[in-house]
Design a protein around this ligand. Structure first.
Ligand SMILES: [Zn+2]
Ligand SMILES: [Zn+2]
Length: 420
């Protein structure tokens, strides 16, 4: 009898770590990510003995899915799997995390290199056998290269969607989960209690707002995560032939180059190709000092303005009311991004932001209606396990799944296990 052990992401967003165990206690680990506390220290998922693992699968390159993985590869080397793009981008992000949090981590760059040197890149749909587990990756539509995992063990079929989305964005097409057969579905519930506005409308409103500011002589700062959201914004501007200067600063550029090296994982690679030619890449302080002085757009990490070039630009741009700060992702409590939205200030000194501030929902996570739709498309489902969501989101979603689909729903906490 197989077991599902939730080592992280139980009734919380992020820190994804799902261990599937066979009857003999051997495991296949799906993700091993971190969250960060208020002081920005990483919080690890529950412990697992690497020597008990027949494999580790990384579903995508966000740190809340890969940030703890190198700690499993210190003394033994369980087989590691992921799409080639996930593996490449993970290296970049893990290096960056080590640069910022090095002393707090039980691994270093060397462990990351060791881990990735022996990794096996696999494509969507390719069947892998390891120990008593058979699994394959399916396109999850979340970010380029992201995957859901369908696992078969001891006669049970378990689908772990990981982070998933079911709409067309500029970077990815919807998840390809329709028709998959699984009795147990472990699905994310980040937006289990809400629905996003239509994507196309948000993109259009974002573009028109950008034009308004720039045509009135201002500069728009778009703080964006370096993995996927930054490229999404580049693609939205490129698609409409935006004719003013666009600067790209921070790790966004390196990730874009990796995306272009794996174009088959990008829905519309031509948009990024033209963006990387037409837009200006900030290559040092000289560029950085120039970028905000003329009307245009600056896309810079980090996405919540906790640090990085976006904080530098904010300090330079916030006092001019002709400028704008357009936020395009979730802003966690305690970050400058959240403070700007809630109180119109940044920093402990509560420095006022006179620039125009707006928030745009360009989420890469599926919403409540989307989750119902995806679950309807999967065949033979008996039970749904909600992870990667806050309790209130899970509660609203559980009720809807039970009422509309008549399925069992479980919401295990981190540390809990379920018989599959
Ligand atoms: Zn996640
Ligand atoms: Zn993610």
């Amino acid at each position: 009898m197989a077991k599902i052990r939730v080592l992280g992401s139980g009734r919380e967003v992020g820190r994804a770590a799902i261990l599937v165990e066979d009857g003999r206690g051997r495991g296949l680990l799906l993700d091993y990510g971190v969250n960060f506390d208020d002081q920005d220290n990483p919080i690890f998922p529950g412990h697992v003995r690497p020597r008990d693992l027949d494999g580790v699968v990384l579903t995508h390159s966000h740190l809340d899915h890969v940030g703890a993985a190198p700690s499993l590869f210190i003394s033994v080397m369980p087989p590691l799997y992921g799409t080639p793009l996930t593996l490449d981008v993970s290296r970049l992000l893990l290096y960056d995390m080590i640069k910022l949090n090095g002393p707090m981590l039980p691994f270093d760059e060397y462990s990351v290199d060791e881990m990735l040197a022996k990794a096996t890149s696999i494509s969507y749909g390719e069947e892998v056998n390891t120990g008593s587990f058979t699994f394959k990756l399916l396109d999850s539509g979340h970010i380029p290269g992201s995957a859901s995992v369908l696992v078969e063990v001891d006669g049970s079929r378990i689908l772990y969607t990981s982070d998933v989305n079911n709409i067309y964005t500029k970077l990815v097409a919807p998840a390809k989960l329709e028709g998959v057969e699984a009795e147990t579905v472990i699905i994310e519930s980040t937006y289990g209690d809400s629905n996003h506005p239509p994507r196309r409308e948000t993109e259009e409103r974002f573009y028109q707002s950008v034009r308004e500011v720039v045509e009135a002589g201002g500069t728009v700062l778009v703080p964006a995560f370096s993995v996927s959201r930054g490229q999404e914004v580049m693609a939205i501007l490129a698609e409409r032939g935006f004719e003013y200067p666009v600067w790209v600063d921070g790790m966004i550029r390196q990730v874009t180059e990796l995306y272009l090296a794996h174009p088959r994982y990008i829905y519309r690679p031509s948009l990024l190709e033209s963006a990387i030619i037409d837009f200006r890449m900030v290559r040092g302080w000289q560029d950085r000092r120039r970028a905000y002085k003329k009307p245009g757009v600056i896309i810079a990490s980090s996405g919540m303005i906790k640090g990085g070039p976006s904080l530098y630009y904010l300090k330079k741009m916030a006092t001019n009311e002709r400028n704008a700060v357009f936020l395009v992702s979730y802003q966690a409590p305690g970050t400058n991004g959240r403070q700007i939205i809630e109180r119109g200030t940044y920093g402990e000194e509560e420095i006022p932001v006179k620039a125009r501030v707006e928030w745009f929902d360009l989420s890469s996570h599926i919403d409540q209606n989307g989750i119902i739709e995806v679950l309807r498309g999967i065949r033979g489902v008996e039970r749904v396990v909600l992870v990667h969501g806050d309790p209130q989101a899970q509660e609203a979603l559980s009720t809807r799944i039970r009422e509309e689909l008549g399925l069992d729903v479980e919401t295990p906490g981190s540390g809990d296990f379920i018989e599959a």
